[in-house]
Design a protein around this ligand. Structure first.
Ligand code: BF8
Length: 659
């Protein structure tokens, strides 16, 4: 272990090898080390020690006068900007970048729904139930109209929420947000217009000579977080359900061991599900299977990475393999013939590993080009080529099998079973409705519910954060909902399998056995945090208790991508506290005192106090950020937080048993 800022412990590669809970990852790290092939874990070591100004958000690169570094020696940047304005501005720009990424994702899926509604071959509206549900919530008339007609009107609303420039709150926010929260947000003056408008405003406010009041920047965080939540997050998750239907739980095998030496192994990586649906059909077609056999393969294995992997697993039962942190490691197996990538979280290092091990890299999104990769872009405004493009990709993937260098092959024999595909609807159904779910919570059989989500970050031992926090919570009878890279860690560790019920506390364990569910429910990709949020909203409605008072928690043990900033803030805005495994790039929290002479109008002396102090978000929205780098301690902090909420409600810590 080494330390950043002298106090924050961070692992080196040897620590990742020793501490990762996935033996397959450990084996691959050691194998690549022996072969002298670099991965992000080596490059992280090369960057040590990382810049203290960058780590604390005090490096300004927002104009060409700088870069400026703000600290005790120079308390202001060249323009006169102080530390809080700089730190809040940097964080706002991260949030805007994450919001842009999700907006681009949502835009693609919503346009694909439109194309399907317009009768484009090979795109279909398989989720009629979701089309009608959204129509009812958005006030779109149905009558005797076809679902395609209705879907076109829903698409118009979703697109407007992504791009509206005039003053009007998001329609999806009005359709889904609880009344209690609407009042809070209205009183704070943070109802957003649209995703695009709030990105524009965030960048506008942070240009040279823009806003120099950090509390106004903080307000824009709150506005942008709501736009993030109800614009692209709800938009992409629900539009995907319009296209492909609402997933159902399915059990399959996961982890590196699903790859087979005598099969064509194709990995699909990224976030957009649109091209993936068509590609899957091709890879499973008799024509392509025959091509594979002609090339000498026994069959075709398809595996999923990152959020596209979660999508494939939930909807099609395709085995998931690994997450963002493992995208280079899995190529080190030497058994991956092709990796098809769409958008986001595909790191450039992947191409370096692909070249070392002869993997054909194929890019399918025009925004995410990689030099030297085969580029077959899907354009949602010219969707009619999707079938031909999918065929091109499938053929290229299979043809790569003949070029595989078998002398470099080494597949870790590590796999486990897992159940995934949990949606808002089927979780409620499995629990016998929200009233019963609330009863279980009230009785103490279930102490609370935690969404354990988010990325990988080499500042945290690979996947140990996710697994240790989730295990610790589950042992304390806390039901875990999981998505994204965290879900991969829990799937591979076995916590998403029904047999993991035995590792849960007595109350949760009994519930899992009664309902035939695992203690960690894999609910999809990161955009599907909407499913967890909708569950929280419904529990709050059924209990008649605001979310801020309920034993609910959002946990991001290994935050990495800029997209993670908005996820945490979105839940905070609903009154759900957030526990992160590595600090946001803000100065380490200062003591919070209401009498501080530097306190701003919001009652906070700085950005750290706004996020984590009792006078910041805690007072404004009823939730705050906890930061803990030790995952075992983080699990205890999370449990304590849930217990505190229970005590305040007068709910018992555990169900009382006779005798
Ligand atoms: O959206 S968890 S590293 S894969 S950003 Fe990316 Fe983070 Fe993984 Fe999916 Ni989510």
């Amino acid at each position: 272990m080494k330390h950043l800022l002298r106090v924050l412990p961070v692992p080196d590669k040897a620590d990742h090898v020793a501490l990762t809970p996935n033996p397959a990852s450990s084996m691959m790290l050691q194998r690549l080390d022996a072969l002298g092939v670099e991965t992000l874990f080596d490059r992280f070591d090369q960057q040590h020690p990382q810049c203290g100004f960058g780590l604390t958000g005090r490096c300004c690169r927002m104009c060409q006068w700088g870069p400026c570094r703000v600290g005790p020696k120079a308390p202001r940047g060249i323009c006169g900007k102080d530390e809080n304005t700089l730190v809040a501005g940097n964080l706002l720009r991260s949030l805007a970048a994450g919001l842009a990424a999700y907006t681009r994702h949502a835009h693609e899926v919503v346009l694909a729904v439109d194309a399907a509604a317009n009768g484009t071959p090979h795109l279909a509206l398989r989720g009629e139930e979701r089309v009608l549900d959204l129509a009812a919530r958005l006030g779109v008339s149905v009558g005797t109209r076809s679902s395609a007609d209705v879907a076109r009107d829903v698409v118009a609303v979703l697109l407007e929420d992504l791009g509206r420039m005039h003053s009007r709150p998001l329609r999806m926010l009005e359709a889904f947000a609880p009344a209690e929260r609407m009042e809070v947000w209205r009183a704070l003056g943070v109802l957003p217009r649209s995703a695009s408008y709030e990105i524009v405003e965030a960048l506008h406010m942070t240009t040279l000579g823009g806003c120099s009041d950090w509390t106004a920047l903080a307000e824009q965080h709150l506005r942008a977080a709501l736009a993030y939540c109800y614009g692209p997050l709800f938009g992409s998750s629900l539009a995907t359900e319009m296209l492909f239907g609402i997933p159902q739980p399915r059990t399959t095998t996961v982890n590196y061991g699903v790859l087979k030496p005598d099969h064509v192994n194709v990995l699909i990586h990224g976030h957009s599900p649109v091209m993936v649906g068509a590609l899957l059909e091709k890879l499973r077609s008799p024509e392509i299977e025959l091509l594979a056999r002609d090339a000498g393969a026994t069959g075709i294995v398809i595996g999923g990475l990152c959020c596209t992997g979660e999508e494939l697993l939930a909807r099609h039962g395709v085995p998931s393999v690994t997450n963002a942190g493992g995208q280079e490691l899995v190529l080190g197996t030497g058994a991956v013939d092709a990796m098809v990538v769409d958008m986001q979280c595909v790191i450039p290092g992947t191409k370096i590993l692909a070249d070392c091990f002869g993997t054909q890299l194929i890019t399918t999104c025009r925004s995410n080009r990689i030099p030297g990769a085969l580029h077959v872009p899907f354009d949602p405004e010219k969707p009619e080529t999707i079938d031909a493009d999918a065929l091109t990709i499938a053929r290229a993937a299979v043809e790569a099998f003949a070029r595989r260098d078998r002398s470099k092959m080494s597949i870790p024999d590590v796999r486990t079973t897992a159940t995934a595909g949990w949606s808002y609807e089927n979780v409620l159904e499995r629990f016998g409705g929200s009233a019963h779910l609330v009863e279980l919570l009230k009785s103490g059989r279930m102490k609370g519910i935690a969404a354990v989500v988010g990325c990988n970050n080499p500042k945290v031992p690979y996947e140990r954060g996710h697994v240790t926090v989730a295990e610790g919570l589950v042992r304390e009878d806390v039901l875990v909902l999981t998505t994204g890279c965290a879900a991969h860690a829990l799937l591979n560790f076995g916590l998403c399998d029904q047999t993991a019920a035995r590792s849960a506390g007595p109350g949760l364990s009994a519930i899992c056995r009664d309902l035939d569910i695992p203690p960690a429910l894999a609910m999809g990709g990161c955009m599907d945090n909407t499913r967890s949020l909708r569950l929280f909203i419904e529990i709050s409605r059924a209990a008649g208790v605001p979310m801020k008072d309920l034993p609910l928690l959002f946990v991001c043990p290994e935050p990495g991508n800029e997209k993670a900033v908005g996820q945490g803030l979105a839940f905070l805005m609903h009154g759900v506290s957030t526990l992160i495994g590595f600090p946001f790039p803000v100065p380490l929290a200062a003591p919070d005192t209401a009498t501080d002479p530097h306190a701003s109008t919001s009652g906070c002396r700085d950005v750290a106090a706004l996020l984590s102090g009792e006078e910041g978000l805690a007072r404004l929205v009823g939730a705050k950020v906890f930061t803990e780098t030790d995952p075992a301690r983080a699990a205890r902090i999370g449990t304590l937080h849930l217990e505190t909420k229970r005590t305040a409600l007068g709910w018992p810590a555990r169900e009382a048993h006779e005798g």
